[in-house]
Design a protein around this ligand. Structure first.
Ligand code: THU
Length: 163
């Protein structure tokens, strides 16, 4: 028996410290929150995906009266990007959230399903995706999705299934 420690790290930036390129992507994620369809939670989330061809694709949460039918901002944006540019790797994703007439103080963090989808995208293109999690008080930057999702399930697990 042995204990395996899985270590992860996040870089925290105070508002004035965020590098310009990341701040610009955050602004796009913030703007995407304003077009979210979130009449049930009233929690608007926006995501901005920067692709390696320098295109930025935006997405936001799309809710539904049948609650589980809705989807998060991150998946809306990633699926839209992959549908539009299936051969272009994702470089970065910025996420912001807006509720009670303001952006949230703390960084918004993606749910497990979105982490799973982001993980698949990272593996699919074989390049790390920088994840930028915006909050008014501080922004977290994670250098790749696998840091957010240790021991993730992926295609290699499927290949190991014996028939
Ligand atoms: N949501 C996102 O869009 N992204 C996240 O990272 C967390 C949660 C959405 C789902 C739902 O529409 C609302 O926020 C409240 O959970």
């Amino acid at each position: 028996m042995k204990k395996i420690q899985l270590v992860t790290s996040v870089v925290e930036y105070l508002p004035k410290e965020l590098p310009l390129e990341l701040a610009e992507l955050v602004e796009k994620a913030k703007s995407a929150t304003q077009k979210a369809y979130a009449p049930y939670s009233k929690f608007n989330v926006g995501a901005a995906v920067l692709l390696k061809n320098n295109e930025v694709v935006l997405g936001n949460n799309q809710e539904n009266a049948a609650y589980p039918s809705g989807t998060c901002a991150e998946r809306t944006a990633i699926f839209y990007a992959n549908a539009k540019y299936p051969d272009v790797p994702v470089d970065k994703i910025a996420i912001a959230s807006f509720t009670n007439d303001d952006f949230t103080d703390d960084p918004i963090t993606p749910c497990g399903s979105c982490r799973q989808v982001l993980c698949e995208t990272e593996v699919r293109f074989g390049t790390p995706i920088t994840v930028v999690l915006y909050g008014k008080k501080k922004t977290y930057v994670v250098e790749n999705v696998s840091s957010l999702m240790p021991l993730s399930f992926g295609k290699d697990n499927l290949l190991k299934v014996s028939t």
